[in-house]
Design a binder for this molecule. Structure first.
Ligand code: SAM
Length: 336
């Protein structure tokens, strides 16, 4: 393997995909206990010392940006529960060459953090919300917090965050009776409502084949409200296929990792909350970057680990909707 050098875009994998997007899981902890992600049966959270420190993450990000990373997403777990998150974001925003910092949140702490996040430089928010019904929200997440999340979305909109993407995990028998309500929301509000196919992740999660519903099926149901015109989603906008109703303020997106792989265009690398580098969300193959850093690894060692992980990026994930295709990695640690 040719050693990685600073200053070049070294981040091209074996299948000629240029890797420019790093997703950081800042913590595995979350203030919700979604039944499909961190259900109450899962209690083994990481000790603080097992998380990469902000200094360690910044070191990795600086090197990764020198090598070609342009966009970062902060996720988790719930990134807003990590202490001093906005200070960290300001440090991150000071890294030369980093063009775009985005945040994925469940929105519970948005009413408290929206202003600080805006001042720290975040403009683009993904907010996860699987239901518009407070009682169902409590059933799915374990928290009686729908009103807070809804208020947070409103505050973010008023403050000028854009785009605001609302991510809905589509689950048969759980929230499929609300797809049209979400679709109507895209007609009246300037939100991007993105339906995500339920992925078989984590061996203790609530995933089962019967709850999976394909993006094509959802789209057909949404078309009962009117035709959906395809709209371009832009270079850095990720894997969603985007559509819009005539005259709508917002858009509809479909993220279909199971039914329509987008692996051939995948430009992502992940750093898990345990400090592991992972080149595919749905393939349990990781490089122990924290081990390298904490054993006095040099910058060259870190660059080589980034490069090796990318060269090892699988052509595509092998998940399907059979239980045998379950990915054992936990979403909250990997960073969804
Ligand atoms: N706490 C933040 C949030 O709720 O947005 C960030 C982390 S959360 C793990 C990121 C996203 O992953 C959420 O939209 C969540 O719904 C989604 N997710 C978790 N498990 C999933 C699964 N099995 N299939 C599809 N999406 C999943």
């Amino acid at each position: 393997m040719k050693p990685a050098e600073p200053g070049n875009n070294n981040l091209v994998d074996m299948f000629d995909r240029s890797i420019s997007y790093l997703r950081l899981s800042l913590t595995d902890q979350c203030n919700l206990r979604c039944l499909y992600c961190t259900p109450k049966t899962i209690n083994d959270k990481l000790d603080n010392v097992e998380l990469l420190s902000y200094e360690e993450i910044l070191r990795v990000v600086r090197l990764a940006v020198e090598m070609g990373i342009k966009k970062i997403r902060l996720t988790g777990g719930e990134p807003l529960v990590r202490r001093d998150i906005t200070t960290f974001i300001r440090w991150l925003a000071g890294i030369d060459g980093l063009e775009d910092i985005r945040l994925t949140t469940n929105g519970v702490l948005l009413p408290d953090y929206a202003e600080e996040l805006y001042r720290a430089g975040i403009r683009k928010l993904n907010i996860s919300l699987d239901t518009l019904r407070p009682e169902r929200f409590r059933e799915i997440t374990g928290g009686d917090l729908f009103d807070r999340v809804w208020r947070g979305i409103g505050i973010a909109r008023e403050m000028g965050f854009a785009p605001i993407k609302i991510n809905v995990v589509a689950m048969n028998g759980i929230n499929d009776d609300e797809f049209l309500d979400f679709a109507r929301l895209s007609q009246t509000e300037p939100y991007q409502i993105r339906f995500i196919e339920f992925m078989p992740m984590g061996k203790d999660s609530a995933w089962d084949k019967g709850k999976y519903i394909s993006a094509d099926t959802i789209k057909k149901r949404l078309e009962t409200l009117g035709p959906l015109a395809s709209v371009a989603s832009g270079g850095m906008e990720g894997p969603a296929r985007m559509y819009q109703y005539a005259g709508a303020k917002g858009k509809i997106g479909f993220i279909s990792p199971i039914s329509h792989h987008f692996c051939d265009k995948c430009n992502r690398l992940r750093l898990t909350s345990e400090g592991k580098l992972r080149s595919c969300l749905l393939t349990d193959r990781e490089t122990d970057l924290k081990g390298i850093i904490r054993n006095n690894g040099s910058d060259t060692d870190i660059r080589n680990a980034l490069l090796a992980t990318i060269l090892n990026k699988p052509k595509g994930h092998l998940l399907n909707t059979e239980k045998s295709g379950t990915c054992h990695g936990r979403m909250s640690r990997i960073g969804g």
